[in-house]
Design a protein around this ligand. Structure first.
Ligand code: 9D3
Length: 258
């Protein structure tokens, strides 16, 4: 079954960028997954459709009311259960969460259903977490004004991994030997632009030489800019050999300023 993604958000219209464009837009249009939205404002009972209030104890900003969130989240969970997904992962996009990485994304791409909760204001009434068991996920150490962009980041990263979402060329690259390294430089026509030439090896068309050059470039860049990625990675004999050459020549510095 195509995975079902449910998003609880005060701003469902923001997600038009995700659902209407590019790889994610096409995947949704082709039915590789579905995305549904639940607006807590639709679960309010007062005339003003209130979703926030001032914090007990004082302080700046507003806090999201527990009831509209509880009802929206419950509606999403009930709908998912009716769709045959009994234990979906519930994810609250939060600056306090575990940092999202590609391993977590790959794991989430295997889920039959996800419920994402995007917050606004200073935060959410803590009692929501007593009612629902939510995992917290952050996308990095910088301050945004809400969880919608992080929810879109997560969904974009997940959806492009669904079978059939990427073209053949892209999906092959995904599994290729350069995985876990920074990308190599890319060139297309013209062969010469303002006196700047495409490297000869790429024009010669020797596939073995091209692959070796690209791997060498990827290794040199990774060494220069993200040595932490190399420390966590098991290197093949060829990679070890190329990395040895790169270190001896000291061309890490020049790759850094490409
Ligand atoms: C300045 C406000 N902060 C007081 C210490 C708390 C705060 C509340 C709400 C900070 C950010 C937000 C809104 N951010 C998110 O909802 C969010 C987020 C982020 O800001 N950065 C990285 N990942 C994420 S996931 C959700």
């Amino acid at each position: 079954m195509a995975p079902r993604y449910h998003v609880v958000t005060l701003f469902p219209a923001m997600f038009a960028g995700l659902t209407g464009y590019g790889v994610s837009g096409r995947a949704i249009r082709d039915g590789l997954c579905s995305v549904r939205f639940w607006d807590p404002r639709d679960f309010t009972r007062d005339n003003y459709r209130t979703v926030d209030d001032r914090p007990f104890g004082g302080g700046p900003g507003m806090v999201m009311l527990v009831e509209p969130l509880d009802l929206a989240l419950t509606a999403a969970r009930v709908t998912l259960r009716r769709q045959g997904v009994s234990a979906p992962r519930l994810i609250y996009l939060s600056p306090q969460g575990r940092r999202l990485d590609q391993a977590a994304v790959a794991e989430l791409a295997g889920a039959a259903g996800l419920v994402l909760l995007a917050g606004r204001y200073e935060g959410i009434d803590e009692r929501l977490f007593a009612r629902h068991c939510l995992e917290e996920v952050s996308i990095g150490d910088y301050v945004l004004s809400g969880g919608e962009l992080p929810a879109m980041v997560l969904l974009d990263a997940v959806i492009r991994l669904l079978p059939g979402a990427l073209g053949h060329a892209d999906s092959a690259r995904e599994d290729s030997f350069v995985d876990g390294l920074l990308d190599c430089p890319h060139y297309t026509r013209p062969e010469r632009y303002m006196g700047l030439e495409v490297p000869t090896v790429l024009r010669a068309g020797n596939h073995g030489e091209v692959a070796r050059w690209r791997l060498r470039q990827a290794l040199a860049r990774t060494l220069a800019r993200r040595p932490d990625l190399l420390e966590r990675r098991v290197l093949s004999p060829l990679e070890t050999e190329l990395l040895g050459e790169i270190r001896r020549e000291g061309d890490a510095a020049s790759a850094a300023s490409d």
